[in-house]
Design a protein around this ligand. Structure first.
Ligand code: NAP
Length: 280
């Protein structure tokens, strides 16, 4: 799940027919993705509503098992710190959820069966596509190898990135992720490396650096050229310092909100709130 400063209001009309969803988080005050989901449901005529739930790690199992028995619940999203632990309480985890090692959405079927998936990466790709950015054949510099970074690295490689360099503060995590991506997608030349954007067609910040305005971007923006696309998955501020610098260099930019909006349509299909032709 993403977070951010939505700063918007939703015209919610919740009845006994409404499909209910939750976002499980701890802490919970920063969670704003629910507002975007509710706006999207209103705009698309979907009778569904999302509420954040503050759930401590020790209570996760009992809350998930209670949700299993709530018959008007379509499913739930999970964010920090539950994305890894929640897998132990589910009936099924998708192949990509297993590969990434974390789940961010769980569907509750009519019989109470719980299925987890991770759509952070495909949501990011959907956000790129909405912005007219193709990945196939591109050279990508990814900053970060945390939870979202893992999902995005597998998605970029799966979408045909020719080269993927992963730069992370903890270099062992970048090396381990690069090795897993190479094993999963041998056609992608994936390696751990420096945060040097020279030669990259696409630079992606998947770290939390940029949440605060006093944080300098991890990649030097002065070497960016106008042909480079720069994406930042941070939701708030909507335009991070990295993106401000990239815009000043004439680059195309993609914001964290594009990723979240990419995820919402995929999530609605996964939860069977809208007709599905195929799984996201
Ligand atoms: N737009 C969306 O839909 C969406 C979805 C998911 C997440 N997000 C956002 O993505 C960001 C990351 O989330 P996450 O779940 O991946 O977090 P995470 O698992 O905690 O990973 C954090 C990443 O940031 C790096 N990092 C943190 N502080 C750093 C610093 N001072 N210097 C250098 N690197 C630093 C970490 O490096 P180390 O490994 O060295 O610690 C790691 O790579 C958050 O801002 C989150 O809100 C957005």
């Amino acid at each position: 799940m993403g977070e951010g400063d939505a700063g918007r209001t939703s015209a919610l009309r919740i009845t006994g027919r409404t499909r209910i969803l939750f976002i499980l988080a701890d802490p919970v005050a920063h969670v704003m993705g629910s507002a975007y989901f509710n706006d999207w449901f209103s705009a698309h005529g979907v009778d569904a509503a999302v509420s954040p739930l503050h759930v401590a790690p020790d209570d996760l199992g009992s809350v998930v098992n209670a949700i299993r028995r709530m018959r008007n619940v379509a499913g739930f999203g999970v964010t920090i710190p539950h994305k890894i632990a929640v897998r132990g309480f589910l009936d099924e985890v998708s192949g990509r959820g297993a590969l990434i090692g974390a789940v961010n959405f769980v569907r509750r079927d009519e019989d109470g069966r719980l299925s987890g998936d991770n759509i952070d990466g495909v949501g990011f790709l959907a956000g790129l596509a909405r912005s007219g950015v193709a990945v196939a054949g591109k050279r990508v510099l990814q900053l970060g190898a945390g939870g979202a970074g893992r999902a995005i690295a597998f998605a970029l490689a799966g979408a045909g990135a020719a080269r993927l360099t992963i730069a992370n503060r903890s270099q062992d995590k970048a090396a381990a992720l690069a090795s897993s991506v190479r094993a999963a997608v041998p056609a992608c030349q994936c390696m751990a490396g420096d945060a040097d954007p020279r030669g990259a067609d696409l630079v992606v910040n998947t770290t939390s650096v940029g949440l605060r305005s006093d944080q300098s971007p991890l990649a030097d923006p002065s070497v960016l050229h106008p042909g480079t696309t720069v994406a930042d998955i941070i939701m708030a501020p909507e335009t991070t310092r990295l993106l401000t610098d990239a815009l000043a260099r004439g680059c195309r930019v993609v914001r964290g909100r594009d990723m979240l909006e990419g995820q919402i349509a995929l999530c609605a299909r996964f939860m069977r709130l809208v007709p599905t032709e195929a799984d996201p």
